[in-house]
Design a protein around this ligand. Sequence first.
Ligand code: C2E
Ligand code: MG
Ligand code: MG
Length: 757
Amino acid sequence: MRKTFSQLAWLIGAVGVVLGLVNMLTPSASVGNTFYFIAATQLAICVVIGFFAHRPDPRTWMVILGVALFTVAGQTLADTSLPDETLRIVSESFFLVVQILLASALLLVTLRRNGTAILNSLGDALVVALGAWLLIWIGLLQPSLNIAGEPAVISALRGITLATSTIVLFLLVSLLFSEANRTPSIWLLFGAISLSLLGDFLFALDKSGHASVSDRFLNAPYVISLFLASATFLHPSVRSLTHRSTTRQRQPLLGRLVLTTTALVVPLITIALFDPRNQVDRVIRAISLFVLAASVTARVIQAVRTNARTQAVLVKTAQTDALTLLPNRSLMLKHIEEAVDNAWRTGRVPAVHFIDVDRFKNINDSLGHSAGDDVLVAVAQRLTNAVPLSAIVGRISGDEFVVLEPDSVSDIEAMKTAERILECFREPLALRQGDVFVSASIGVACSPATDSPSAEELLRHADAAMYRAKDAGRNCIALFDASMLERATQRLTLETALYRALERQELTLVYQPIIDLQLGDVLGFEALMRWEREDGSTSSPAQFIPIAEETGIIVPIGAWALIEALTHLRTWIDVGICPETASMSVNVSPRQLHDPQFVSVVSEALSRTRVQPQQLWLEMTESIMITEPEQALAALRRLNTLGVRIAIDDFGTGYSSLSLLQSFPIQRLKIDRSFISGIADDVSARSLVKTILAMSDALGLDTVAEGVETARQLEALIDLHCAKAQGYLISHPVAPEQMRNTVISLEKFSQWPKYSD
Ligand code: C2E
Ligand code: MG
Ligand code: MG
């Protein structure tokens, strides 16, 4: 429906233009009159249709009515065959009233659409209106004052009307130049009013005696104007004519410039070409020129000021973090640079503290991003309160903050500030969601006057120190020393080498048997990755798995490990090294689990190696239940549906709760080595393991004890009725070629009289 009205509006506008052109080409007065009659009639019809179809608000109604009456009055006025003087006076007065009505309606629309934002376009509009006024004065008004035989009252009325029309022009230009978006109705309205003004101008020109304008040219603009007024009212966008509009993305800068320059230059040229006729003319010209010059100057000052303000806002926004309103990375770097540059003069040792909120991702994942934002704002506040007044706090990315102490005098003083920062997190942060405890890892780097590093370097040093603090167990401080950079470089080398490891076949798997504690039988194996590099050096999984996870290489590497492990199991079953039912445990990192392809990778590996899904255990740490639990849950359910089983690795070292354990589809707990190591001598460790076993039993889960190193630990586990175990005592992880011998030696082990020393 709206589309139909829109098309109809444009069609009517086009018809108006065509009729106007035909009118211009036809000398007959009756054609002009007929067209005018058609235009006025269709306007009446369209106004009624539009009113009922769009129900615009009364202000819109007023505008349209104003335009219509304005145009009709203009036409009446143009009709030179008016009989007597009184009628002329009535028509001139009527015309003036309509002008005033139109000006007020336009003012209302402009104010409603733009609010106070209109002030920005008033300056330009004033210049245009004053320019137009000067032209009107020189070209129309002043000459018409001298028309012989015209009563003074008519001349005066026409003068005021023409002056009012500059106000209409002024409002029209402000509407067009305003920051509000221009809808089709605005354009159509603009067309209607400007054509009507053009008609008046031609008429006044004709009257002034400057030029003789034929009737067909006088009539045509009014005909088009009436059609455009109809189109304005028919177009669906008329509804929003008086609504507060959204701001335009692209401001009409070029259009403004062209129009205001023209409004300035054309009157000046005209003044230069035509001499004043008398003293009054001279005075009016001088005053008008003065006002024009003053408004141009005011406009230029306003433009320069606005520009400077916008510039300042832009610079501030570009250097401020929108969430915490602290300086961002680029501004912090500038501050650091300044502090470092001044250090040699003042003998100070500027210190940079790199602060990373510990486990911020957990907060974001578990409490939601808006809570995460609240934490960051609260942290920013704490930091600002904790540091000395001369220090500058900034947020340089995500959960990373930087504190610059430009006036610090030594490492010791900087460390004291760092301690105060660490201390400020002791108290929980009060969020809308409740209290939250956070801690931070802080890296401190100082810039000694003797060897001043660049701002970037100093920040990198503090960053490297922060990583050291994280490695040392978080919630602590580390002071930068050169060895930390070496570590960072080493890490980079490791990262690059890891990318190539898979294709260079430097990765291998070793296997650690898992045995049944009652019978001593081998039940299965855990696959553990090894990386032997070209130069013969080996890296332990603890070194390279975290890097593989961070970089995402774990996804292809993990897929390879899965196939490799299942292929070995298949071979061992086929050659009789282990029973048909033996299982294979493969470690899986959270990153892999969140890979959308993971489930199909698993099912592909199973079918390629013809291993039953029940024989595959996927081991994951408790963290998967905490970070992005929903996604993990969905993936685990799909794996369970395949028949694959899930084990929680290193159980007891994470933060999982009982309710999580219950809601996740897991089938096995692997008790972490740290609990097993104390089981033989430490009563509390023993009772802890007992509790885990009881809980696991109650939840219907299978249990494996990890890291069994001594016979006494084994004995204790048997006493506690733990069913399964693995560890160096039973077997170290071995290469696949050694598996036959390992399993054979374990057979002997099973005959070992009840596992006693
Ligand atoms: P995990 O899955 O808990 O593996 C057990 C770790 O304990 C292995 O270390 C194993 O060699 C070691 N271990 C076994 N028995 C004993 C013992 O009696 N005493 C001591 N002290 N240690 C024992 P490893 O091979 O260095 O692996 C470390 C961790 O790296 C693994 O812990 C696992 O989380 C991860 N990892 C290993 N291979 C892979 C893999 O293919 N993919 C993924 N995502 N992670 C892997
Ligand atoms: Mg494991
Ligand atoms: Mg483990």
